[in-house]
Design a binder for this molecule. Sequence first.
Ligand code: FAD
Ligand code: MLT
Ligand code: ZN
Length: 476
Amino acid sequence: MNRQEQPQRVHFLLSKLEQIVGPEGLVSAPEDKRQYDTDWLKKWQGDSCVVVRPATTLQVSQVMRLCYENQTPVVTQGGNTGMSGGATPDGSGAQVLLSLSRMNKIREVDALNNSMCVEGGVILAQVQKAAEQVQRYFPLSLGSEGSCTIGGNLATNAGGIAVLRYGNMRDMALGLEVVLPDGRIWNGLRALRKDNTGYDLRDLFIGSEGTLGVITAAVLKLFPRLTTQATAWVGASSMSALLHMLSVLYEQCGQRLVAFEMMSAEALDLVLQHVPASNSPLQGQHAFHALIELADTHTDSLTEMLETCLEQGVEKGYIDDAILCMSLSQRQELWKIREGISEAQVRAGHCVKHDIALPISALDEFVVQASAAVSALSPGLRLINFGHMGDGNLHFNVLLPGGLGSAEIKTWTQTLNKAVHGLVHQYQGSISAEHGVGQLRRDELRIYKNPVELELMMLLKQTLDQNQIMNPGKLL
Ligand code: FAD
Ligand code: MLT
Ligand code: ZN
């Protein structure tokens, strides 16, 4: 589209979109669009041609059909909390931003089938609440749960703090409803746990980051409500020692082990520095810390079980100190520290993030080597290492010194990514464990992904999105 054509086409598109969603479904003023055009980290700034907010699947379908016929690119957005720039449009002013924010209905809760059918724009915390109301539990839990949406969770295959027990978002979905790039609706809203009738299309759309279709609804699995919890904070002198503690817990607590969240001393310090009213849970210095949680569906004393494990951990030298939570408020304080890391990083300055996964058995060696590689680059770099250690997922982030210009930040980012991801690749890990590829890791995907896998992915993209309108410039 050349510059003279653009205003006419935009005018045509806007009037057609308004016919579909009504004036209340369009956001076109630049000051109103800004919050959609900028990501949570304020790292990417786009400029959409318009934000369209359909209220029904039929409207999504009509919007997609119109965009398909006019070869207009579409960027789907849920809660806009993604960490890889996947929901931010480019700066061309030509992309339509399709927000699911009005598609926020819980369609059905079926306690007997342990399932719930919700629209793509429903906020995760609302799903958790709705499950509680029928004495059930929806286990996906993220720091962003008050804003992120089920559609976004599915599109990024979100992880979070309970993957250890329940798996990723992929493991919590039974069926999907998807609007395809040409506007056709695929109704795959099956509430079944067994269905071997061919290729698994559901799994194709989960983790596709808005590049294959718009997830307008999903049937989610519900689980038994957890009625007892035991929470502890431990300090250890090395990653290897902490891994042994994890192993003891896994052996002795089995499925009751819900969370094992690690943070280095530097990550904890960052929270203490930037999150008001946060205090260090333990006295003394420990190189690594972990927040551990057991949970169960009946009222056996989990606290005693956890206490026994921790005693063994101390005896064997796996941990140097520990506290067991004795009240709900104490538990909340500990989780506040853990959940405060993302915000603390934003306040501290520019962080070069690495959301990586490794075999759990390789974590120790990797961290020793990668830490040495980062320190060797410059003493001014601060390593903020934390993450979902029980899943082998580290947020191996590096805080840059203050006062750098954008060119220096770019050079540091490239250097650090090469050093850290090169090592991840050597250990057969993943350069995106839970945050997705988006625009952040798109170029690196070409370096690290197996070429046959990449080719198959491109073939699928070409087949499903022939006009290449779904989230161009992201993932592939
Ligand atoms: P968005 O950011 O709006 O979109 C993300 C991607 O999904 C984009 O590519 C977008 O195009 C696509 N998309 C969104 N909705 C749809 C849809 N309906 N159909 C098709 N494509 C769609 N993530 C984790 O995995 N684990 C964590 O522990 C975690 N912690 C976080 C903590 C904080 C404080 C923050 C801010 C973020 C955290 N995240 C975490 C990242 C983020 O919250 C998740 O990636 C989340 O799943 C994104 O959901 P969203 O609705 O905000 O999606
Ligand atoms: C988290 O686990 O808190 C987020 O996924 C990590 C982040 O902010 O990088
Ligand atoms: Zn995380």
